[in-house]
Design a protein around this ligand. Structure first.
Ligand code: ADP
Ligand code: MG
Length: 352
């Protein structure tokens, strides 16, 4: 890229933004300010024209309630772009909103966007193009496990190995890092959504009661757990009886929900074990000292840290504000670009 006087001018005014384009939540970090936006990654589009009409929390409220003319969708699936134009619209909305908030008239930011480790070049290119189309003047990509580790304060430049487990909505990303790079990683399509689905199935099978995904997520957040709770709890669950077809409420306990979550949790634990199995022994020794850092919204499930500590025989702890770890990590790159730019993905890899 040669010198472009217009971009130079924009650079004087426009923001530097770190963006986490998650399956469940999209977050924006602005250099010098911190996290300024957190929106659910939902967009409501006109079914006929495919034009985006509502974005973020406004759109999420419509899930399961939208009129026939609207379709409410998540344009990011399993961490990668499933709907290009709609993702672009989501990014455009976020860029405009962040600039408006800061009273910056030229929405031509430099952005650092997180992408899952191990995605294809085509998928990287899609994120890059979507951000450019949304108005960014400069786009950089960073692998999410690196960004999450950076945002969680792990010593990623060290030769010492560290491990991060990021449980999002669509995917869980597990990675072992060393010297500012990913040593090995796994991505599995079992995360928060799959837990919600497991709760829906369980309640359907046990009580003949059909509940919606929003209700299932609430149950998970209220009484869901991965380890016996000091005091087990119960909760009223509302849905439609599959027998009478009428509204019905039942009381479920945290013990039952733990049973419901057993399968997805075991899958995550198994994958973490497999990765440890593959890790070089020197790094395993490092991990015995450094432990495993948990990030992403799914890591907020009660007792998950304790469960993983026992199953992996490594100290597992939840990052501070785990939902924003990736966005804060991407933001840290912008706060000190000369130091951290070597963590970014080399654009030649996907621009060819
Ligand atoms: P993504 O990176 O895919 O956008 P996030 O890191 O934002 O995902 O995490 C979203 C997931 O975290 C959702 O499945 C949500 O239900 C789950 N989650 C959020 N808070 C909690 C909680 N307190 N307990 C369990 N799961 C939670
Ligand atoms: Mg995420």
């Amino acid at each position: 890229m040669g010198f472009n006087p217009l971009n130079w001018l924009f650079g004087l005014f426009a923001l530097d933004m770190g963006i986490d384009l998650g399956t469940a939540n999209t977050l924006v970090y602005v250099r010098g300010k911190g996290i300024v936006l957190l929106e659910p990654s939902w967009v409501a589009v006109d079914k006929r024209t495919r034009r985006p009409l509502y974005v973020g929390s406004e759109a999420k409220r419509m899930v399961g309630r939208a009129p026939a003319s609207l379709q409410v969708i998540r344009p990011v699936r399993d961490g990668v772009i499933a709907e290009f134009d709609i993702t672009t619209a989501l990014l455009e909305y976020l860029i405009l909103k962040a600039h408006e908030q800061s009273f910056v008239p030229f929405p031509r930011p430099r952005v650092v966007v997180g992408i899952p480790a191990g995605v294809t070049e085509v998928e990287m290119r899609a994120v890059y193009d979507a951000a450019l189309n949304a108005g960014a003047r400069e786009v950089h990509l960073i692998e999410e496990p690196l960004a999450a580790a950076l945002g969680s304060g792990l010593p990623i430049h060290d030769v010492q190995g560290t491990m991060i487990v990021d449980i999002g909505g669509g995917t869980t990303e597990i990675a072992v890092l060393s010297m500012g790079g990913v040593v090995i990683s796994r991505s599995l399509r079992v995360a928060g959504d799959e837990m919600d689905e497991a709760i829906i199935q369980y309640i359907r099978n046990k009580y003949n009661l059909l509940i919606g995904p929003r209700m299932a997520e609430n149950i998970k957040m209220e009484i869901g757990s991965a380890y016996p709770l000091p005091e087990e709890r119960t909760m009223q669950v509302r849905g439609r009886s599959l027998v009478s077809g009428l509204p019905q409420a039942v009381e479920v306990s945290s013990v039952e929900i733990r049973e419901a979550l057993a399968r997805p949790l075991e899958t995550i634990i198994e994958t973490a074990r497999d990765l440890l199995d593959e890790a070089p022994p020197e790094i395993v020794a490092d991990l015995m000292e450094n432990g495993v850092c948990l990030a992403g919204g799914g890591s907020l499930l009660q007792g998950l840290d304790r469960r993983l500590s026992e199953e992996l025989r490594l100290r597992a702890w939840v990052a501070e504000d785990p939902v924003s770890a990736v966005a804060r990590g991407a933001g840290m790159v912008l706060e000190d670009f000369p130091t951290y730019r070597r963590l970014l993905i080399d654009a030649e890899r996907f621009l060819g």
